[in-house]
Design a protein around this ligand. Structure first.
Ligand code: IPE
Ligand code: IPE
Ligand code: MG
Length: 243
């Protein structure tokens, strides 16, 4: 680990960073390549960002890998993406485990191929005691679907109306064991949430770099952290300088 680069960091590091990894398709098109080549480049970049996140002292990283709406893409792209996830799991799991990464899945596994489901479950089990970096993989994830799922579970558990509050709902979400994200990054210049952490992100700071995901490397992440460190998070209160 390069401790020199660590000196060039802001004091205030967000505990939980979430990323909408967007722009793989446009990255590929700009190079005259098929969209899947962009997704491949995106997974390469993920490795760099994972390492940088751990090095920068981020404790929770949540990545949007596949949304509940992404099923509506052409079948060949969906199949290609699933294959890519499978290969990536096989190739990267050992390395992640050795580097103290704890893998968690948020979303639903039901529509996923059973072999891949099993891989995800095994990876979660294998890494469950790691604590250097918690990596939440939002895979077949949608914020609205997550809330529907939570409401169903709450009803199934026969909770009374008086018991329903913000804390209880948070505990029924897929992210029950993670704090809310402090910073949400969406690459590629798109300015929307696309159904990502819509409950948990209520008070997150947002950052929208124009870089496509495969080009959003370690130094781009550092810039995001500096930008975040300048923000004044008021949570409805007054500017801290006025208090
Ligand atoms: C994000 O890149 C990756 C996934 C949604 C899986 P896109 O595939 O959305 O890339 P663009 O937005 O078309 O450039
Ligand atoms: C959001 O990106 C989903 C992921 C990055 C996995 P999309 O590219 O699917 O979002 P829209 O369709 O542009 O809103
Ligand atoms: Mg996109």
């Amino acid at each position: 680990m390069n401790t020199d680069t660590n000196k060039n960091l802001p004091e205030k590091i967000p505990q939980h960073v979430a990323i909408i990894m967007d722009g793989n398709g446009r990255w590929a098109r700009a190079r005259g390549l098929p969209r899947l080549a962009g997704h491949r480049a995106g997974t390469e970049n993920l490795r760099e960002i994972l390492e940088a996140s751990a090095e920068f002292g981020i404790k929770y990283l949540t990545i949007y890998a596949f949304s509940t709406e992404n099923w509506d893409r052409p079948e060949a792209e969906v199949t290609g993406l699933m294959r890519l996830f499978t290969t990536m799991f096989k190739r990267e799991l050992k390395n992640l485990h050795e580097n103290g990464v704890q893998l968690r899945h948020i979303g639903k596994l039901d529509r996923i191929d059973t072999a891949l489901q099993q891989q995800v479950n095994e990876a979660v089990e294998l890494t469950k005691n790691n604590d250097r970096l918690i990596l939440n993989v939002a895979f077949n994830y949608g914020g609205r679907d997550e809330i529907v799922h939570a409401v169903r579970e709450i009803i199934r558990d026969k909770k009374k109306p008086e018991e329903i509050n913000i804390e209880l709902i948070s505990k029924y979400l897929y992210t029950a064991d993670s704090p809310d994200p402090d910073l949400i990054i969406r690459t590629s210049g798109e300015l929307r949430s696309s159904n990502f952490l819509i409950w948990q992100g209520a008070y997150a700071e947002w950052y929208f770099p124009s870089a496509y995901w495969p080009d959003f490397g370690k130094e781009e992440l550092r810039k995001a952290l500096f930008d975040y460190s300048e923000r004044d998070r008021r949570f409805g209160r007054v500017f801290t300088g006025d208090a």
